[in-house]
Design a protein around this ligand. Structure first.
Ligand SMILES: NC(=O)C1=CN([C@@H]2O[C@H](COP(=O)(O)OP(=O)(O)OC[C@H]3O[C@@H](n4cnc5c(N)ncnc54)[C@H](O)[C@@H]3O)[C@@H](O)[C@H]2O)C=CC1
Ligand SMILES: CC(C)CC(=O)C(=O)O
Ligand SMILES: [Mg+2]
Length: 359
C-alpha cells in the first residue's frame, strides 16, 4: 500500500534542514520505498500565507499522511502576534493534539565520534543511549483554564497542569514497553513532592509496574533529574515524564550528544501515525546562513521509516550513513572540534546521501 508522507518545512532553518532530509527520503523512494510525498505550510509560513498557523488544508493533509516530517516553527517575526492562537507554535501544538500524537520519543544517543563535542567530559557521555518518553498532548501546555486576566487591580497569568489517569496510563504503557525492548530500566520523572497531578502520575506508574515485572521502575523528582542528567547521564535507560518536563529535559539531554542539532524525535498516536521532527526549534539566529545541522532531521526520517513505515532496515541504513559521515570527520559548525572539517548544511546533506547510496 502506498503511504502518504507530508513535509512541513516551517520557519527559520526549517526549510534548509528539511530540504536535506527530503533528498534522503527521495533516495529511499529510489530504493523502493513506496510513499507519495507532498508539502504543506505550518507555523509562521502558514500565518503569512493564510493568516492561520494551521490552515485546514494542512490539517487535512496531515490527517491523511502516515508520516509527517516537520522542520521547526516560530521566530521573532511572529512573536508579537497578540492573539496567542495565531502564533506559529500553536500550529504545531494543533497538529499534535488533532492527530492525538501523545507518545513523543526523544532518543539521546552520543555517537562515539562526537563524544568530544559534548560539553561534558567524553567519559561521561561516550556510549550514552537514553530514550526520553514525553507525554505530548496533555499537561500544562494544553490544560484549561488558561489565560491572562485582571484580578484585584492587576494582571495575572495562569495555566493548568492537569492529567487524567487514562492519559498517564497510555504514556506509561509506551514507556514500559520501550524499556522492555531496551535495558529494562524505567525512570519516571515527576514533582510528586509538590504537585498533586504528579502524585497521581506516580501512583499510576506504580500501578502499571506489576504488569511489566521484567522492568525495574524508579522515580525521580524533576529537579534532581536535571542534575543527574548532567552528573551521570549513563544511569538512565528510559525516562518517562510529562509534556513540559520532557520538553526541558530533552533539550538538556541534547547537549550530552554534542548538539541539539543531533536529536531526532517521533510523535506517535495509537495507530502508528507519526510526526517526525528534530527536537530543536527554528534557530532564527543562524537561519538563512546555510550552517544549520541537518542530521537531527535526517535521523527523524530514519525514525519515520522505523516507527510509521515499517522499514527498519532502511532506517538503519540512514543511521549508518550518518555514522560514516561522522567517521569521515565532517561536521557542521555546532559539532566541529579540532581535526574535523566544517561543512555547510547542504554539504552535510550531500555527504549523507553519498554514504547512503554506497550502503
Ligand atoms: N518544534 C519546534 O518547532 C520548536 C520551535 N521552537 C521555536 O523556535 C524559535 C527559536 O527558539 P530557541 O529557544 O532559540 O531554540 P532553538 O532550538 O531554535 O535554538 C537554540 C540554539 O540552538 C541552536 N540550534 C538549534 N538547532 C540547530 C541546528 N540544527 N544546528 C545548529 N544549531 C542549532 C540555535 O542556533 C540556538 O543557538 C522560537 O520561536 C521557538 O518558539 C522552539 C523549540 C521547538
Ligand atoms: C515549540 C513548542 C511548542 C514545543 C517545544 O519546544 C518542543 O516540542 O520541543
Ligand atoms: Mg522544546
Amino acid at each position: 500500500m502506498t503511504h502518504k508522507v507530508l513535509i512541513l518545512p516551517g520557519d527559520g532553518i526549517g526549510p534548509e534542514i528539511t530540504a536535506q532530509a527530503s533528498r534522503i527520503l527521495a533516495a529511499c523512494q529510489a530504493r523502493g520505498l513506496d510513499v507519495e510525498v507532498e508539502e504543506g505550510l505550518l507555523g509562521g509560513a502558514a500565518y503569512d500565507a493564510h493568516g492561520e498557523p494551521l490552515p485546514s488544508e494542512t490539517l487535512e493533509k496531515a490527517k491523511a499522511a502516515r508520516g509527517i516530517l516537520l522542520g521547526a516553527v516560530g521566530g521573532p517575526k511572529w512573536d508579537k502576534i497578540e492573539d496567542l492562537a495565531k502564533r506559529p507554535e500553536k500550529g504545531l501544538l494543533g497538529v499534535r493534539k488533532q492527530l492525538g500524537l501523545f507518545g513523543n520519543l526523544r532518543p539521546a544517543i552520543t555517537y562515539p565520534q562526537l563524544a568530544a563535542a559534548s560539553s561534558l567530559k567524553p567519559e561521561l557521555v561516550a556510549g550514552l543511549d537514553i530514550m526520553i518518553v514525553r507525554e505530548l498532548t496533555g499537561g500544562i501546555y494544553f490544560g484549561q483554564p488558561r489565560g491572562i486576566e485582571e484580578r484585584d487591580g492587576e494582571r495575572v497569568g495562569f495555566n493548568t497542569y492537569i492529567y487524567s489517569e487514562s492519559e498517564i496510563e497510555r504514556i506509561g504503557r509506551v514507556a514500559f514497553e520501550m524499556a522492555q525492548k531496551r535495558d529494562k530500566k524505567l525512570c519516571s520523572v515527576d514533582k510528586a513532592n509538590v504537585l498533586e497531578v504528579t502524585i497521581l502520575w506516580r501512583e499510576v506508574m506504580e500501578r502499571l509496574a506489576p504488569e511489566y515485572p521484567d522492568v525495574e521502575l524508579s522515580h525521580m523528582y524533576v529537579d534532581n533529574a536535571a542534575m543527574q542528567l548532567v552528573r551521570a547521564p549513563k544511569q538512565f535507560d528510559v525516562v518517562v515524564t510529562g509534556n513540559m518536563f520532557g520538553d526541558i529535559l530533552s533539550d538538556a539531554a541534547a547537549m550530552l550528544t554534542g548538539s541539539i542539532g543531533m536529536l531526532p524525535s517521533a510523535s506517535l498516536n495509537e495507530s502508528g501515525q507519526g510526526m517526525y521532527e528534530p527536537c530543536h526549534g527554528s534557530a532564527p539566529d543562524i537561519a538563512g546562513q546555510g550552517i544549520a545541522n541537518p542530521l537531527a532531521t535526517i535521523l527523524s526520517v530514519a525514525m519515520m521509516l522505523r516507527y510509521s513505515l515499517d522499514v527498519p532496515e532502511m532506517a538503519s541504513r540512514i543511521e549508518a550513513a550518518v555514522g560514516k559521515v561522522l567517521d569521515d570527520g565532517l561536521r557542521t559548525a555546532d559539532i566541529a572540534s579540532d581535526g574535523t572539517r566544517t561543512v555547510s548544511t547542504s554539504e552535510m546533506g550531500d555527504s549523507v546521501l553519498s554514504a547512503f547510496e554506497l550502503m
